[in-house]
Design a protein around this ligand. Structure first.
Ligand code: BEZ
Ligand code: FE
Length: 293
């Protein structure tokens, strides 16, 4: 059996630099859940290979421990620095990609982010979701379809975006009206949706903590290109968590959390003489649970 996967039966002896992976993984108990054993043995393998490859110094690892400690210490109910770390290292998008392999034509997933709030009000199609009087109004309009192009009835579309200053309502509870730039819309038989929000703006992720320091040291900016968040759920379909991105945004190719996909860049067109300044058309195509790639 492969000792690196935790199944060794032969004793490996005392820990040495050369046998370190086997030395740790050989300690795995007999009754450990098989998945946990696989995950932990692989994690140990890659951590050790990482330390060996870069010849990790004591000083560097002390810094690493301190960084992780500070990352934990800044976490609160409202602030999840470990998710930001995962996002900015591209790990959130990789896990999302592994878990949402959809056939061509189905709308792609992207990162959920920390600013969704459960319980946003259900609104009527066409309703306004922006209440702080800031920003340029935008009509968001389209349909929810299945992969055959048929409308999906009863799809629950949960939407949220930042305001024109680049902040979500939950980041400014004393400044923005409650549920500003949020709402839930439910499709009827024609699958259509529409609502009026603002044209979103690009904004920096919270960068006053360890993750922001890391980005600074790595010569990276903390910005996300302007986007509208969507979570679309309908009975008999995979849950879709996605954004539409504002075409032409300068950060599209350098999103600090790697969330941009070509198919999610949406048109935002200026409207002459309409009731909103902008209009963005986008259809969401849902895949059924068995429709995978
Ligand atoms: C967001 O788009 O809301 C977001 C995603 C990842 C990290 C921070 C913010
Ligand atoms: Fe966002």
């Amino acid at each position: 059996m492969n000792a690196q996967l935790g199944k060794t039966t032969a004793p490996v002896g005392y820990f040495t630099e050369d046998n370190s992976i086997d030395a740790v993984n050989a300690r795995m108990g007999q009754d450990v859940s098989p998945r946990l054993a696989t995950v932990m043995a692989c994690l140990v393998k890659h951590l050790h290979l990482f330390a060996r490859e870069i010849e990790l110094t004591q000083e560097e690892w002390d810094f690493g421990i301190d960084f992780l400690t500070r990352t934990g210490q800044i976490c609160t109910q409202e602030r999840q620095e470990f998710i930001l770390l995962s996002d900015t290292l591209g790990l959130s998008m990789l896990v999302d990609a592994i878990n949402n392999r959809r056939p061509e034509g189905a709308t792609e997933n992207t990162v959920f982010g920390p600013f969704h709030v459960n319980g946003a009000p259900v609104r009527k199609m066409g309703d306004e979701i922006s209440f702080d009087g800031k920003g340029e109004s935008c009509l968001f309009i389209g349909r929810v379809l299945d992969l055959d192009g048929k409308p999906v009835e009863g799809a629950r579309i949960d939407v949220w975006s930042d305001n024109a200053d680049g902040y979500y309502d939950v980041q400014q509870p004393d400044i923005q009206p409650k549920w500003n730039n949020r709402g839930v819309f439910i499709t009827s038989a024609d699958g259509h949706y529409s609502f009026v929000g603002i044209k979103p703006v690009s904004y920096p992720i919270p960068d006053d903590g360890p993750v922001g320091q890391m980005l600074g040291k790595l010569g990276r900016h903390p910005y996300r290109p302007a986007h509208m968040h969507y979570m679309v759920r309908a009975d008999g379909f995979q849950k879709l968590v996605t954004h539409t991105f504002v075409g032409g945004d300068p950060y599209l190719t350098s999103d600090t959390v790697f969330g941009v996909k070509k198919t999610l860049v949406a048109p935002f067109e200026r409207v002459e003489g309409g009731s909103t300044t902008w209009r963005s058309d986008f259809d969401f195509v849902l895949a059924r649970p068995n429709e995978t790639r």
